[in-house]
Write a protein that binds this ligand. Structure first.
Ligand SMILES: [Zn+2]
Length: 154
């Protein structure tokens, strides 16, 4: 089974890159602006697990810090985890860019996100879904924050 490499993680900055079977990168990262929906990639990864082409350990590999944040401040949802089906997933949003920490800044509230959005810095936001039960994690969406870029409602 192909494991995702450290180098790829580093170049993509956001640490949530997944690879499908045969080492295919299934997520599109770093669109300069606008809103990218990652549902197709998510479905692909889930299908690969169901077909046995990806191991659960390959997709349920959330960093302990990410899981802690998911349990603590993650936004609850009614979306059942596609892998273990034992718990509902939680959402976490990270902001990357100017004056943000290299590993991204965890945006804990809508209010904080709104404040960043009003700011002059052009940031990139990533929302990740994570399952507190099994460690499943996946990039849910990416979007531009601030500077009134081409951000639009879904
Ligand atoms: Zn789960």
């Amino acid at each position: 089974m192909h494991r995702h490499g450290v180098g790829q993680r580093a170049t993509c900055q956001a640490a949530f890159v997944k690879e499908g079977g045969e080492g295919t990168v299934v997520l599109v990262l770093f669109r300069p602006s606008g809103h990218v929906d990652h549902r197709l990639a998510r479905r692909h990864v889930v299908n690969e697990v169901k077909r046995g082409r990806l191991a659960r350990s390959d997709v349920c590999d959330a960093h302990p810090e990410l899981l802690r944040a998911a349990r603590g401040v993650g936004q609850a949802s009614d979306v059942v985890c596609p892998i273990c089906e034992d718990a509902t997933v939680r959402y976490l949003t990270y902001a990357f860019g100017h004056r943000m920490p290299a590993q991204g800044k965890l945006v804990e509230t809508e209010k904080e996100l709104a404040r960043l959005d009003r700011g002059s810095a052009e940031l990139q936001g990533y929302t990740v879904e994570a399952c507190p039960a099994c460690g499943w994690n996946h990039l849910q969406r990416s979007f531009a924050i601030g500077r009134r870029t081409a951000r639009s409602a879904p």
